[in-house]
Design a protein around this ligand. Structure first.
Ligand SMILES: [Zn+2]
Length: 444
């Protein structure tokens, strides 16, 4: 699986993370279903944007992109995104790109323009426009575009290798194609095929990437190899913020860091960005972020409750509920990652188990099974994390620990000791350390 990674010219914004989180969900779901996933995500550390950005800051390109690359990995970690197996950087794969372009020249798909840049001749590739459904007759054959991003109506021969111009400053490589730098699209063709082979299963990205980026990737790769490039393309839809397109000039533009600074919990951000099916437009709101926090809390609460549960067995009830949620969650996720339906099934389950817990009809063993199932679901969602038994004492015991500490403060050793005995009877051992009282729950 290849997912177009960040262009490291700025901090990633929540629209970027909607894509990275949908891809994380996809990968985790495939793993849940028993697939072994090899995931490659590139780092675009040389392109029009990074060069412009570094020049604005008067910093060397490498130093500038390194800063945002590090920030990106920090963000990935904060959002609990499973790391990819490979994070190839464009600047470290120039020879692979040059050799791919040479292949295209040799096969007649690429040519050198009078400006010294190498272009891809789109009318030579008969399937050009298939992914984004543009018609070949609309294309202006022979016209050329050197910038990395352009509209469908501007589809024309695009730059594979951009000859150096003074605007590029010290960013260039001396290669057989002349002094210059790669175009953005060839980067992903070269790096994906290097790590995943000439044909691989899944390629993802935001819907903005479909044209020209992915269209050009297909043209480059399939022309060079004569093989199908990708079996499945998955594109996530746009993110809106409070009903409008996110834009700096509208004042509704948020990086992950902006939200963290406002004090929002990364797990809630993760949950919210995940919770709409990827092909739907998603409207980010602060109200939604609050609701996400509540949803996670409901999941965590159930985890805590089942860890404490020690009631009568409810007969077949728990097993039936567990079968039901696994089926409906699974069917929904298998249906093009229909996460909202999957989550609805999960919360029905949470409600039903809570009802059984209220009635005292969940045994210790049943509770453990529920707990294991919840952890399996969370391996997919990544929003709860481990709610360790040791993390929390039963309310009654917590009260006793507090009382004992108070007693010790006033040197009432007798009370302190009798409380220790009561706790011991509850399976909780107490240890007094210079840092305060530590407790441990004996494994039942
Ligand atoms: Zn890409």
């Amino acid at each position: 699986m290849y997912t177009c990674g960040p262009t490291v010219y700025d901090f990633a914004h929540i629209g970027n993370f909607r894509a990275f989180l949908f891809e994380d969900l996809l990968k985790r779901w495939l793993e849940y279903r028993g697939f072994k996933v090899t995931h490659v995500m590139n780092i675009t550390d040389v392109d029009d944007k990074t060069i412009r950005g570094s020049q604005k800051q008067q910093a060397p390109l490498g130093q500038y992109t390194e800063y945002y690359t590090t920030a990106f990995f920090e963000d990935v970690n904060v959002l609990n995104i499973e790391p990819a197996d490979h994070y190839p950087r464009a600047t470290q794969h120039i020879p692979e790109m040059v050799s791919l372009i040479k292949k295209l020249i040799k096969k007649g798909y690429a040519y050198k323009g009078e400006d010294g840049s190498t272009y891809y001749a789109i009318n030579k590739f008969k399937n050009y426009g298939k992914l984004s459904r543009i018609k070949i007759q609309e294309l202006k054959a022979g016209a050329r575009v050197k910038v990395d991003e352009y509209a469908k109506e501007e589809a024309q021969d695009f730059a594979l290798w951009k000859a150096w111009t003074p605007e590029d400053g010290d960013v260039f490589w001396e290669t057989e194609l002349g002094r210059g730098r790669p175009g953005w699209h060839i980067e992903c063709s070269a790096m994906s095929m290097k790590y995943l082979g000439e044909t691989f299963d899944i390629h993802c990205g935001g819907v903005d990437n479909m044209f020209p980026h992915h269209e050009n990737e297909i043209a480059q790769s399939e022309a060079a190899t004569g093989k199908k490039f990708v079996n499945y393309w998955l594109h996530n839809e746009h993110l809106l913020v409070e009903g409008r397109r996110m834009a700096k000039r509208l004042g509704n533009f948020y990086t992950l860091r902006d939200l963290l600074k406002k004090g929002y919990d990364p797990k809630a951000i993760r949950y919210l960005l995940l919770s709409t099916q990827y092909r739907q437009q998603f409207n980010f709101t602060f109200e939604g972020l609050e609701a996400a926090k509540g949803a996670i809390e409901r999941l965590r609460n159930l985890m805590r409750r089942v860890q404490d549960a020690d009631g009568e067995s409810g007969g077949e009830k728990i097993t039936q509920l567990m079968d039901k949620v696994q089926t409906s969650f699974g069917e929904a996720m298998d249906d093009d990652l229909n996460i909202s339906v999957a989550l609805a099934a999960l919360f029905d389950f949470v409600r039903d188990v809570n009802n059984l817990l209220d009635a005292g009809t969940v045994s210790r063993g049943e509770a453990k099974e529920v707990c294991a199932l919840m952890l399996r679901f969370d391996k997919v969602l990544g929003v709860v994390g481990e709610v360790k038994e040791e993390e929390r004492l039963p309310e009654e015991a917590e009260e006793l620990v507090k009382k004992r500490e108070e007693a010790r403060k006033v040197k009432d050793w007798k009370t302190a000791d009798s409380i220790r005995q009561r706790l011991k009877a509850m399976g909780i051992t107490i240890e007094d350390t210079p840092q305060g009282t530590r407790w441990k729950i004996k494994n039942p």
